[in-house]
Design a protein around this ligand. Structure first.
Ligand code: HEC
Ligand code: HEC
Ligand code: HEC
Ligand code: HEC
Ligand code: HEC
Ligand code: HEC
Ligand code: HEC
Ligand code: HEC
Ligand code: HEC
Ligand code: HEC
Length: 327
């Protein structure tokens, strides 16, 4: 426990220490940056900066952990502007009021749920330095609208992940905190090799925001799939209309209990669109038990890969006579 009297003494002593460090080492104060100044928060209105040494006195463990993070090394060793040189207070805001009364909530920008700083205030603090890149699409994104804070996915106080300052060791684990259903998808019989470590959620989704629905990291679902399955892009002499429209007409994106991530198994998959009685090349409708592999009049369309036994170029054909997607 830290007593009030102790806190004020620490403030006086360390406040002076911090000021003299700043005077002695001019490199700590870079040329004025237009963004410099306290984070714009009603929470810290009127408070003044006390310097990192003051924070360290009461938070030695957190300071130790923070010092090894990307921010810690950069802000401490080669700050590029006045805001970075503020170190702890670049994120937490000016700390004088907090030092005077550490237990009172709302006297600095805190990033844990318990402390009650609104997510919008927290995020504005991070976005002062990180509004570029995909964060330009953060405002209005589904995660922003769901009231997520940057710190729901990022832990800026420790280096849990090798990169990206994530809350868990890897990207997928971080997403699974709130999307456990997707973990189940990737455990199905046929699945994208995500749990095997070959790809991650962030290969397909941009957690910060995207111009396409469902945070897709491409202009369309097909453009996304073509990135890794370039052979499906074509151009094909004979295209198959549903493939050009969307891979998701037949496939699921994460995992499926059927072969090849399919939504349904052929022939059922194909028959959703190809009504048998209308097909010239196939007189018999596939409706009876007799047509199953062990029935009286077995039909090849119900064996093995079903329709794909013959229509093997289901994604498109480049053969001069491949109009029926046979070859
Ligand atoms: C005099 C000692 C003291 C000083 C100096 C001090 N703190 Fe604290 N701080 C505390 C105590 C004690 C708590 C815990 C209060 C509680 O649990 O109710 C706390 C809580 C916090 C929290 C909230 C933790 C949470 O649960 O989210 C943050 C963030 C924080 N301090 C940052 C700082 C920063 C940054 C500085 C320097 C500007 C600083 N503190 C200076 C004593 C201090
Ligand atoms: C880059 C922004 C940033 C900087 C710089 C920063 N913090 Fe934090 N701090 C955070 C975030 C984000 C959290 C919430 C971490 C979490 O959710 O566990 C946090 C949490 C804390 C907590 C609560 C306990 C904890 O670890 O969760 C304390 C105390 C704290 N910071 C003190 C400090 C001190 C002292 C410094 C400087 C040595 C500092 N912070 C620098 C962003 C920052
Ligand atoms: C004062 C400016 C500043 C603030 C405030 C700030 N950052 Fe950073 N951050 C940087 C700089 C500089 C880097 C390193 C260079 C880069 O990647 O742009 C960085 C790097 C990062 C990285 C990549 C780290 C890595 O090792 O891959 C993440 C993630 C990050 N910041 C998240 C946050 C979050 C979350 C917050 C708010 C809690 C925050 N930052 C607040 C300046 C800032
Ligand atoms: C839903 C989870 C999630 C949220 C919320 C989130 N991020 Fe990220 N962020 C990630 C992931 C995943 C990465 C990728 C890490 C990698 O590539 O290793 C990342 C990377 C970053 C990076 C470093 C790489 C880059 O793109 O420059 C920065 C900086 C960053 N995030 C800042 C933020 C800020 C600021 C916020 C809040 C406005 C935020 N993030 C909110 C998940 C999230
Ligand atoms: C702190 C919780 C949390 C974390 C962590 C999180 N998400 Fe989300 N995510 C949500 C919420 C809440 C929604 C809003 C829709 C909902 O309720 O499912 C959402 C929505 C989404 C959507 C859009 C779903 C739709 O139907 O449009 C995608 C895609 C998504 N998240 C991907 C990710 C990825 C990728 C990560 C990891 C980088 C991640 N999320 C991490 C909470 C989270
Ligand atoms: C191979 C690319 C890919 C990967 C990897 C991927 N997704 Fe998706 N995800 C998609 C596509 C495409 C959709 C759109 C599905 C639709 O519209 O029916 C989607 C949909 C979603 C949705 C909306 C609800 C749903 O299930 O349809 C969420 C949430 C989501 N993904 C989260 C995640 C998370 C979390 C991860 C990592 C564990 C992840 N995704 C990995 C491509 C991917
Ligand atoms: C980041 C790269 C990447 C993206 C994007 C991607 N895939 Fe894949 N996909 C893979 C890898 C890797 C495999 C495994 C290939 C292997 O093991 O030979 C795979 C396998 C598949 C399989 C075969 C699965 C099986 O069980 O046989 C299908 C079908 C598939 N992907 C469809 C899609 C669709 C549809 C999309 C777009 C929503 C997509 N992929 C996007 C990398 C990707
Ligand atoms: C009309 C339904 C349909 C559409 C649309 C479709 N596929 Fe397929 N796909 C299949 C079927 C059926 C199989 C299984 C083929 C087999 O049994 O060999 C398959 C297999 C695959 C495979 C694994 C075997 C291989 O050929 O590499 C990949 C990868 C794949 N599809 C990617 C895609 C991509 C990418 C798209 C979108 C451009 C797409 N598919 C659109 C029906 C479809
Ligand atoms: C989402 C609807 C849809 C699904 C599912 C679908 N198709 Fe198609 N298919 C079409 C459309 C639309 C055409 C173009 C018809 C036209 O041009 O008259 C087509 C054309 C074809 C053709 C060429 C026929 C011709 O007259 O040129 C063949 C063969 C074919 N599909 C086989 C399949 C097979 C095999 C499957 C299952 C693996 C399948 N289709 C699944 C919609 C679908
Ligand atoms: C034993 C091989 C074989 C199987 C299995 C098979 N087809 Fe065919 N399919 C053909 C042949 C042969 C044609 C006629 C080609 C022609 O007339 O040019 C054809 C033609 C078609 C056509 C174009 C019909 C038209 O009007 O010209 C479609 C669509 C089609 N098949 C869909 C399917 C579907 C759906 C299945 C699965 C239920 C299936 N096929 C299974 C051999 C097969």
């Amino acid at each position: 426990m830290i007593k009030r009297g102790g806190a004020i003494r620490a403030l006086l002593v360390l406040g002076c220490a911090a000021a003299s460090i700043a005077r002695a080492d001019p490199t700590l104060i870079a040329p004025a940056d237009p963004r410099a100044g306290p984070p714009s928060s009603s929470q810290t209105h009127g408070a003044s900066f006390v310097g990192e040494a003051a924070c360290r006195a009461c938070h030695p463990v957190e300071t130790e952990h923070w010092s090894r993070t990307t921010h810690g090394r950069l802000f401490r060793e080669r700050p590029r502007n006045q805001l970075e040189a503020r170190q702890c207070e670049a994120c937490h805001g000016p700390g004088s009021d907090h030092m005077a009364d550490p237990a009172a909530p709302g006297l600095l920008v805190a990033f844990t749920r318990e402390r009650g700083t609104p997510p919008a205030t927290q995020n504005a603090t991070c976005l002062r330095c990180h509004s570029g890149g995909s964060r330009a699409r953060w405002p209005g994104s589904i995660h922003e609208r769901a009231d997520l804070a940057c710190s729901d996915c990022h832990d800026a106080m420790s280096s849990i992940s090798p990169r990206g300052l994530l809350r868990e060791e890897g990207i997928n684990e971080t997403c699974f905190i709130c999307h456990p259903g997707q973990r189940r998808d990737f455990r199905k019989r046929s699945h994208m090799p995500l749990l095997e470590g070959k790809i991650s959620c962030a290969d397909c989704h941009d957690p910060h925001g995207a111009d396409t629905p469902v945070l897709i990291r491409a202009d369309s679902v097909n453009q996304l799939c073509y990135r890794c399955h370039a052979d499906k892009r074509g151009p094909f002499l004979w295209e198959h209309a549903p493939v050009v429209e969307s891979c998701l007409n037949c496939h699921l994106a994460h995992g499926s209990s059927r072969l090849a991530l399919l939504r349904a198994t052929p022939p059922a998959l194909c028959q959703q669109c190809h009504v048998q009685s209308a097909i010239v090349g196939h007189a018999t409708p596939l409706l009876t038990r007799d047509e199953l592999a062990l029935g009286g009049r077995p039909d090849e369309r119900l064996m093995n890969r079903g329709c794909v036994n013959c229509h093997s170029r289901v994604h498109g054909s480049n053969h001069p006579s491949g109009a029926r997607l046979h070859r």
